[in-house]
Design a protein around this ligand. Structure first.
Ligand code: ADP
Ligand code: MG
Length: 492
């Protein structure tokens, strides 16, 4: 069977700066690869410090212009809503772009990435008109007034990874625009096409030129130049802990605001009383969806001994039955990982665990010859201390470990025995166990009896998973500075 896979019109190797396509300062190019075939399908401009400087100046100029000509909260709301509508109107084009660029099965791009982007932009549109300060009654002598203002932090730099290219851009663009900031986005070099299209669309949706700029390029050059630029007031980064650590340190040198949403190795705790079918489905989808390339994926499964074989068997069976193949086929459920390098990194973890005595269950069929496919895998007979258990694999690999105790401190200690702290999942029908664990788990997010996330809920990490929160009210307020105003009324 063949599928229509003609690449939607792509912008060519240019940046989007100040409301239009801009030729890069250097003629260096980066290949755009389809991870399902290994074919080069387009080229990106390899952005330099000069390109970044140009984009930051455009963003800065846009903020100044907006101060004069007032880009009001309701106009920002309308622009975000218009952008959501425009993405929805071109849903199929965006879905195909995401599929060809990032290796996502088309059914996933259609069902998750594109509608998720639309919903995200709509959610944040509402915040533009709802940010408020507070007023306080002061105790100083005489009549006085005290209140706080929420002001946009200014020009913000966004640096995102390749796992959710379009939705990841929207997660950061939405709150920044709602708060009145101007954005320079450096998308991941492996998957920049959809963000470029988004920026182009934004202009037709009422974004003043310079409020949403996209400069493509590699992290250590374009990304680092954005982080180091003195006129960038805040960096919001999502990616690996290694890169996030460097970025946070660089921001500290300039006292730049920074949010770092980093890796995870999130635990799942399943008690014997849980709904095992529902748990198995959610656990499998959470770790296998997007080929495991999700920061918040539950990847360490702690399951009570009484139901361990049953539950891990069910999860492995779901993995074994997944339809793997052509990402353009609407039936395909699992696509490749993003690059050959990621695939070999994942197999190093799996082979290392097997060499140390791990057992593997899951998909046993053939994988496509071309492309960077990895089989959904459940590893058992593993323990903390093994790299596969301790490190973020970022692939469709679940580590399953039984526990016997009923002591919540001991169970939490197992779950917390890891340097990350992004998400944690609990499956039980017992309210006291669920509440008991919520307080004991070291994670930014705890989900009980469901793996689904929602944009209204603040998300972020503790420990090596980073700091700062995105989404919800907290995510928008992170793009504001609080100014305290006190006025002594005095006498006329
Ligand atoms: P991963 O792709 O494994 O998530 P990274 O965290 O390195 O790895 O990448 C996430 C994003 O950070 C990408 O857009 C990448 O280009 C960017 N990046 C990588 N290194 C740097 C750096 N030194 N400074 C700024 N950005 C970087
Ligand atoms: Mg690509």
């Amino acid at each position: 069977m063949t599928f229509d896979s003609s690449l939607p019109a792509v912008p060519g190797a240019r940046h989007f700066i100040g409301g239009g396509w801009v030729e890069p300062a250097s003629c260096e190019r980066l290949p755009v690869e389809n991870p399902a075939t290994g074919e080069v399908i387009a080229e990106l401009a390899a952005g330099s410090a000069e390109d970044i400087d140009r984009a930051v100046k455009a963003a800065d100029g846009a903020l100044t212009a907006a101060r004069h000509a007032r880009w009001t909260p309701s106009q920002r709301q309308d622009a975000l809503l218009a952008l959501a509508n425009a993405v929805e109107a071109q849903a199929e084009e965006f879905a195909l772009l995401e599929t060809l660029d990032a290796g996502k099965p088309i059914s996933n791009s259609r069902r998750v990435d594109v509608p998720g982007t639309v919903a995200t932009l709509r959610y944040f549109a509402g915040w533009a008109t709802k940010l408020t300060g507070e007023s306080m009654e002061l105790s100083q002598p005489g009549e006085s007034t005290g209140y706080t203002l929420r002001e946009p932090v200014g020009v913000v730099g966004h640096i995102i990874p390749w796992n959710y290219p379009l939705m990841g851009a929207a997660f950061k663009l939405g709150p920044a625009i709602a708060a009145g900031c101007a954005v320079v986005l450096k998308p991941a070099e492996q998957s920049s096409l959809s963000a470029l299209r988004l920026a182009e669309l934004a202009i037709a949706c009422g974004f003043p030129p310079g409020f949403f700029n996209v400069v493509t390029g590699v992290g250590p050059v374009a990304g680092a130049a954005l982080v180091d630029h003195p006129d960038v007031a805040k960096i919001s980064f999502t990616g690996s802990t290694a890169t996030g650590t460097q970025i946070a340190a660089a921001c500290a040198r300039q006292m730049k605001r920074v949010t770092v949403e980093l890796g995870g190795k999130s635990p799942i705790i399943v008690f014997a009383d849980a709904d095992l079918d529902a748990a198995a489905r959610a656990i499998a989808m959470n770790i296998f969806f997007n080929s495991g390339q999700t920061c918040s994926a539950g990847s360490r499964l702690f399951v009570h001994r009484d139901v361990a074989d049953t539950l891990t068997g069910k999860v492995a069976q779901i993995g074994a039955a997944m339809k793997i193949g052509d990402t353009r086929d609407p039936e395909t459920q699992l696509g490749p990982v993003i690059t050959a390098a990621q695939r070999s990194r994942i197999s190093t973890f799996v082979e290392g665990a097997l060499a140390q005595g791990a057992q593997s269950r899951g998909y046993e069929g053939a994988l496509p010859d071309a492309g960077y496919y990895v089989a959904p895998t459940v590893l058992s007979e593993v323990r903390s201390g093994m790299a596969a258990v301790d490190e973020e694999i970022f692939g469709p690999v679940l580590c399953a470990m039984p526990f016997e105790t009923h002591d919540l401190d001991e169970i939490a200690a197992l779950a917390n025995d890891n340097r990350y702290g992004l998400s944690a999942y609990v499956w039980t029908r017992s309210l006291s166990r669920a509440h008991g664990l919520i307080g004991r788990l070291r994670a930014g997010t705890v989900r009980v009896n469901s793996a689904a996330g929602e944009i209204v809920m603040p998300a972020g990490g503790v420990r090596q998973s980073g700091f700062g929160r995105e989404n919800g009210r907290a995510g928008v307020e992170a793009y504001t500075e609080l100014k305290s105003v006190t006025i002594a009324h005095g006498h006329d």
